[in-house]
Design a protein around this ligand. Structure first.
Ligand SMILES: Cc1ncc(COP(=O)(O)O)c(C=O)c1O
Length: 285
């Protein structure tokens, strides 16, 4: 194996710090190469290790099915804020939210034998509707665990898209145990709302689209709940423009992300107090 082959293979993965180590170790380049590849494979096999490649793959996979959503502006809001603001209107996405990007990426990437048993998820609304719609497009069942306090309109969305609703208590433990029971009984694949590489990659396609529509953005403000949206958006945006700033926004009555950042570890709250029902999930759950 020549050094140029080493370089070529490495660049398939992308640009990373390990590249420098590879070329510094001139005495034993092959051993170093094995070490680097092992490191890369470990990174790639991690459950949440989305990267720019998986986001670009997601864009190719889902683009025939998702809307390219508009970017709107408002002179009034620009005057009030003293900034030029652009709104990426994912409320016009299929299923009613950006969640369809991640859900369709996850469901379309399943092998046929996995998909045949259907999919299961737990969600208070938007992800549930997105999974139901994506499963319907693929012609497979969607089992959706919905907390009793989910908004009626979002439950109706799930029904409309053909999702089979299983009610649970309004807490994460009840949601997870109900979803795991269904998985055991049916073999349906669990599509987690945010801790999933395929979901993060799908959500990351927003940045690819947005930075093409408005290339000169210097700051992104992204809502955060479980963190799948901001993970994908940040990975792709920082790849395109490493100096772009990304701020997470969350309701003060569900501010586990701010508290977690301050504490340097994941903090969950005993309860949430917010009308923003899409932002009630906690990081790391
Ligand atoms: C409308 C809306 N915005 C933002 C979010 C936050 O996404 P994430 O849980 O990936 O952080 C959600 C999650 O459900 C949502 O429904």
């Amino acid at each position: 194996m020549s050094v140029s082959l080493v370089k070529e293979q490495f660049e398939l993965f992308g640009k990373g710090h390990s590249c420098i180590k590879l070329y510094c170790d001139r005495e034993k380049p092959y051993r170093r190469f094995e070490f680097v590849m092992e490191e890369i494979n470990q990174l790639k096999s991690q459950k949440y290790a989305a990267d720019i490649d998986s986001i670009k793959e997601a864009q190719i996979r889902i683009s025939p099915y998702v809307h390219k959503t508009p970017v709107l502006s408002s002179t009034t809001l620009d005057c009030i804020s003293g900034k030029r603001l652009f709104f990426k209107c994912e409320c016009f996405q299929k299923g009613g939210a950006f969640k369809f990007r991640g859900a369709s990426n996850a469901i379309l990437s399943l092998e046929a034998d996995e998909a045949a048993k259907g999919v299961v998820t737990h969600s208070s609304g938007n992800h549930a509707a997105a999974v139901s719609l994506a499963a319907k497009l693929r012609g497979i069942p969607a089992y959706v665990v919905v907390p009793k306090n989910a908004p009626k309109c979002k439950v109706e969305n799930v029904r409309r898209y053909g999702g089979q609703i299983i009610w649970c208590e309004a807490n994460m433990q009840s949601r997870e145990s109900a979803a795991s029971k269904i998985h055991q009984e049916t073999g349906a694949v669990l599509i987690h709302p945010f801790n999933d590489k395929r979901i993060i990659s799908g959500q990351g396609t927003i940045s690819l689209e947005l930075l093409e529509q408005v290339p000169k953005l210097d700051t992104l403000v992204v809502p955060i709940s479980g963190g799948g949206l901001i993970s994908g958006i940040t990975l792709a945006a920082k790849f395109i423009n490493p100096t772009i700033r990304v701020f997470a926004a969350e309701p003060s009555g569900a501010d586990d992300a701010a508290r977690s950042k301050q504490a340097g570890r994941i903090v969950t709250l005993p309860e949430t107090k917010t009308v923003a029902d899409g932002l009630r999930a906690f990081l790391g759950t």
